[in-house]
Design a protein around this ligand. Sequence first.
Ligand code: GLV
Ligand code: MN
Ligand code: MN
Ligand code: MN
Length: 400
Amino acid sequence: MWRSLRPIGRSDASGGYRRYAWTGADAECRLWFQAQAEARGLDYEVDRNGNQWAWLGDPARGDAVVTGSHLDSVPDGGAFDGPLGVVSSFAALDELRARRVSFTRPLAIVNFGDEEGARFGLACVGSRLTAGQLTVEAAHKLRDGDGVSLPQAMEAAGYDPYGIGPDPERLARIGAFVELHVEQGRALDLTGDPVGIASAIWPHGRWRFDFRGEANHAGTTRLVDRRDPMLTYAETVLAARREAELAGAVATFGKIAVEPNGVNAIPSLVRGWLDSRAADQPTLDTVVTGIEKAAREYADRHGIDLDVVRESFTPVVEFEDALRDELGTILGARSERPLPVLGTGAGHDAGILSGSIPTAMLFVRNPTGVSHSPAEFAAEDDCVAGVLALADVLEGLACS
Ligand code: GLV
Ligand code: MN
Ligand code: MN
Ligand code: MN
């Protein structure tokens, strides 16, 4: 199963994945998911927002137990971020069938669309739409770097962009959602555990900083005559590092667009995207306000115009105590010591859904902590431990 997914959307040059929403690689991933569902005799469906579902049992019975994750990637992403949760879900179902358990609740495996937001700039588009946390109007305004709108991209991929929207009936049929994922940095490596349980997701957001100056000749323009937005941008990147360090938070400028983008021209525009996250909301506010304040001071000093736009924001998520405790009890009974319970700075579809339905997450150890990179890794034994833990949880929740 893993082998057939591995080549899809992988760049020969970097070894990383480029599985962006509604592209050819995404379509191939979707076909892969459908084939896995059909091979297991599951009822396959695509919801109004393009999320894929594979059902065992009748969803109309309600109180379903759902597991899954996403198959899309960041630019040059790793093999595990997302796919590990989907592959583990199918593998856990295979394990439960081998255990010959009988299911008392409907079970579904889901692949949420566009979790990383690599193409349209907003993460978790599929789950946000379903949970009503992204309006149809706002979704229709999303555009990728080439100016292609979300509706155009969906239509090109053969989906109806005018049917998207909240799906409360679907959510009402779900009693629990459990997502398995690898993104928790080195937390599990430090505790020495292959598997852990999520407690919370840090609040996080994305801000676009537009620094506008004046394009001019790199050879003939005296330094004192320049209005160079790159300088202001560079100073802002340093301020972001400083503010994050002071607050014990994280702040990253990982994407930049420059105009005119010529090696011998002072830029007219530098557009940088800030991703910042912190353990709590007041800390995040302090960090972002501090970065913006510093950016405005530098901008004033260099004659630069600055616009700052918050492009997306996800508040703190505290996973439901009752479901988390249930996972702890199920898994604690089968291991020598209680599983670690950890928070993470990474966003997830589970975080979005936690506002609507009982939601929990399992994490699998990432020994280097590297993710959003081709070097992302999880050891085979740990992946197997994750599958068995997920199978135990699903058995505990959905089987007699
Ligand atoms: C997704 O992985 C994110 O938190 O950026
Ligand atoms: Mn990710
Ligand atoms: Mn992910
Ligand atoms: Mn993610």
